[in-house]
Structures are given as C-alpha cells and as structure tokens.
Design a protein around this ligand. Structure first.
Ligand code: SF4
Length: 471
C-alpha cells in the first residue's frame, strides 16, 4: 500500500525537477486547450451537447449495454463481462491461453492499469509490452502513469535519455527527441511483428452499430488492433454511447480538451474481426466490459455523474493541486480531480478517502470538464460521506471512516448555537473579544495554514452600528 496522500504530496512538493516538469507541461496544455476553444459560445454549446449525450447514455445504460453486446456479437466480436479486476484479468488470461499467446502488445488503456493487467500476465509468463511511447517509458522505468493521457509527463528529456541509455542495450545517451522516438519505434516494431495478442482500450463503444472507437496519435493503437491475430479490447461499462452520430461532438470535445488538437492523428473504428475479403485485421476480436464499482456509482443520482467522464485529463491540467504535485503523489491509477472522485468510490473511502482533501474547491476542474461533470460538488459529497454518521445508509463503501467524536461534537454544538439566535450572538460576542487569545497553533488545522484572524466585531455589531449612523 502506498504512503498517505499528505506525505506523498509533501514529498512531491520538495522535488524541484518534478515541479518544473509539471509546470511546463501543464502551462503548455492549458495554452493549447485555450487556443483550440477560442470561440467560447461554440465551446459551451459543444459541452452541453456532450453532457446531453452522456446523460442520455447513462439514463439508458442497462439497455445500451445489452444492445452493444448483441450488436457486437452479430458483428463477430466476442463480448465478456467482468465484475471485478480479478475477473477481467482471468478472462483476458484465458483468451491468451486459448490462443497459446506468449507476447502481448498493448495500446494505452487506463482500464488495464485499473485491473493491474501487466503484473497479472507477467506473473503467468506472458510478456505484455506497452506500445504507447509514454506508457513504454513508464514501463521501462518500472513506474505507473502520472497522467491519464500523457503517462510520462513527469519526466524531462534528459531523464528519458538516461533511462533509455541505462535500460535498452546498445543505446547511447542522447537528448535528441527524434532519436529517442526512433529507438522506441525500432523495438516496438519488432515486437508488433512477433506479438500473438493485441490489447487496447476503448474511447467510446457505440451500441447502435457495435463499434469500438479508439483515438490515438502514434499509430500504435492501430498496430495493436490490426497486426496480431487476436485483439482484446477492454473498457469500463460507462463508455457506451447510443449512436454513431454521437461520436463527432464527443470526439471533438475529447481531443480538444485532452491535447488541444482538433483531431488526433489516428481515429480507429473497429466493428468486426477481419472478413474473408479483407487483407488485414485480427482473426478474432474480444471486448471485455468491466464494472469494478461502476454499478454502485450508478445507483446514486448524484454520484452517477462520475460515469459521464470521457477521460480527457483536462481537469488535471487545470487543477492547482495536481499541477504542483503531479500524478504519483495520489498513489492511485486515476489522479487529479477525476481520480479524487473515482478512486474512493472504487476502493472505498476508508482506503482512499484522504485524497478528497487535496482540493481547494476552486472549481477550475468543473469549469473545464467537457461533459460538465460537477467535480467540486462530487468531491464535497465524498468528503461528507467520509464523516457520515450513518455509514450503512451511504452509497459509498468505507463511509464514516473519517468521523471523529471531537469533530462531530464540535459541529453538533455549532449547529445548536446556530439554531438559537440569542446564543449565537453571545458566542460571537465572546469569540470576537477573545479571538486574539487563540494560540498560533491549532493542531492539524494550522499545520499547513496560518491561524485565522478573528474580526474584532461581529457582523451583527458592524451592521447595527452602520444602521445607527446618519446618512
Ligand atoms: S472529469 Fe471531465 S475533465 Fe476530468 S477527465 Fe473526465 S471528462 Fe475530462
């Protein structure tokens, strides 16, 4: 288990190189997004459209999933359902074994990170090589992605050059980006030719046609889904959308929000395995649909909004906390604002509720989210559930785990004072007079903050004085 979020955040803040890497990358991404969404009216219209499509998809999620299953099956795509990460790993391992697979090449897939697929397969003797350049770098470094779109964004050019030099035989140290990419490409191309299995994620799964949509910039996604004889796609159940005509607005929102691009270099629509008259493509395509706590999120009308996410990463790029501490400090697969909402719901507030505190509720994430997810409201809701007095009634696992008797008593007292105006006036009168006597250190509250300065007069007193003054 990783160290507490607070400790990791403090550690990250002390790493000057990391802060420089993130600051530069986040400024760049914020600038690109701003430039590509220069027409704010168009942006707001598009966001509303994205919101509506995803809201409609969620409103009909069970039916759409059944339709997707049936359309995919008609197209020859074999659909598998996994409730837990273990089940998903077992299913994928089973498919690989049936095909005597020994080497799998994988396109970028955060769901595969969520289920710990690489470790699972490696422990069973199957080599699983990341083919996205960022993922390849973090795999070489034996790290995890620090961003959901740009996994190696925490690394500088010189750090990557050192890594390649140290881990890839016969690779001289170079900071020339073309040469570094060339090295990765040479190794990956060789693996693509030998791979028995290609694994990919899915950006959107179209129920109407049984089509899997995958966007990417490097061509590795297309190689993974067309070169090896078997393609396994894995995705969360929330990625289903009703119609093919829903794709253009969602894609436009996704690529512009993620990397500031009007469209990505590669845009793959996979609707079946290779047909007899086709020259390329896999002989078999499998789709693994993962639940992993998503059905539970779906039950609650407010928390369900989490499932609208299209994983663009914009909320991270604009979060003042994420941009300073980076993704690894969260110690979770999904970091930043969306991670603060997803991870505690998947793994429980008792396990990962602390990360909800790494938020100033400034609202930037909610403002940039292309599908209008009210992230600050959801973070606040999860904080509330963390101190929930009736855990059994909570929609989230591990609710009430952060409730302390002292805090609960203090808030009960405050509620009682608040409900009695006379008492409220007496307490605030004393608080304004005695506030300056408060010690400078107030336990954990002042560990990272200065002591609040209490006004010398209460608001009631100030207003009374003003109303007595002549105009
Ligand atoms: S919550 Fe919104 S901004 Fe964040 S990754 Fe998801 S879609 Fe993008």
């Amino acid at each position: 288990m990783s160290a507490p979020f607070r400790d990791q955040a403090i550690h990250a803040l002390q790493d000057e190189q990391l802060r420089e890497n993130f600051r530069g990358a986040m400024d760049f991404l914020q600038g690109k997004r701003k430039a590509v969404f220069s027409d704010t009216i168009e942006l707001e219209n598009l966001r509303q459209q994205g919101h509506q499509i995803k809201a409609e998809a969620l409103a009909n999620l069970p039916e759409l999933l059944e339709q997707l299953d049936s359309q995919c099956s008609k197209n020859g795509i074999q659909v598998h359902w996994a409730e837990t990460p273990e089940q998903a790993c077992e299913i994928i391992h089973g498919i690989i074994e049936q095909n005597n697979g020994k080497l799998a090449v994988k396109g970028k897939s955060m769901v595969s990170e969520e289920i710990g697929l690489n470790h699972y397969l490696e422990a069973r003797g199957i080599e699983c090589l990341e083919s996205d350049m960022g993922e390849y770098i973090v795999q070489l470094a034996q790290e995890t992605p620090s961003h959901i779109i740009m996994p190696a964004i925490h690394k500088s050019k010189s750090q990557i050059a050192t890594l390649f030099n140290a881990t890839i035989p016969d690779t001289p140290y170079t900071e020339n980006v073309d040469e570094l990419i060339g090295t990765g490409r040479r190794i990956l191309r060789e693996k693509f030719q030998k791979a028995d299995i290609g694994i990919s994620g899915v950006n959107f799964a179209v129920a109407e046609t049984g089509t899997l949509c995958l966007v990417e910039n490097e061509g590795n996604g297309r190689m993974c889904t067309t070169v090896p004889p078997v393609h396994i796609a894995i995705t969360g159940i929330e990625k289903v959308i009703p119609r093919l005509s829903d794709l253009p607005p969602l894609l436009s929102l996704l690529t512009r929000s993620a990397t500031g691009q009007l469209i990505t270099t590669y845009f793959n629509l996979i609707s079946s395995p290779r047909k007899p008259d086709e020259k390329d493509g896999p002989e078999a395509v499998h789709l693994v649909l993962l639940d992993n706590g998503r059905s539970r999120m779906y039950q609650h009308p407010e928390l369900r909004e989490t499932l609208r996410c299209i994983r663009c990463g914009a909320c991270m790029n604009h979060c003042p906390v994420y941009t300073r501490i980076g993704g690894h400090a969260y110690g979770t697969v999904y970091p930043g604002p969306i991670g603060q909402v997803v991870m505690p719901q998947i793994n429980g507030l008792d396990q990962q509720g602390e990360m909800t505190e790494g938020c100033s509720l400034n609202g930037a994430c909610g403002e940039v989210c292309p599908v209008e997810i009210p992230l600050p409201d959801l973070i606040r809701k999860l904080r509330e559930e963390r101190v929930q007095p009736q855990p059994a009634e909570s929609p989230v696992n591990g609710a009430g785990s952060h409730r302390t008797r002292v805090e609960a008593t203090a808030w009960r007292f405050w509620r009682w004072v608040y409900q009695h105006p006379e008492l409220y006036r007496i307490v605030t009168w004393w608080a304004t007079r005695l506030g300056s006597m408060l010690p400078n250190r107030l336990g954990p509250w002042t560990r990272t903050r200065v002591k609040p300065v209490i006004a010398r007069q209460s608001l009631h007193e100030i207003m009374r004085e003003r109303s007595n003054q002549p105009d």
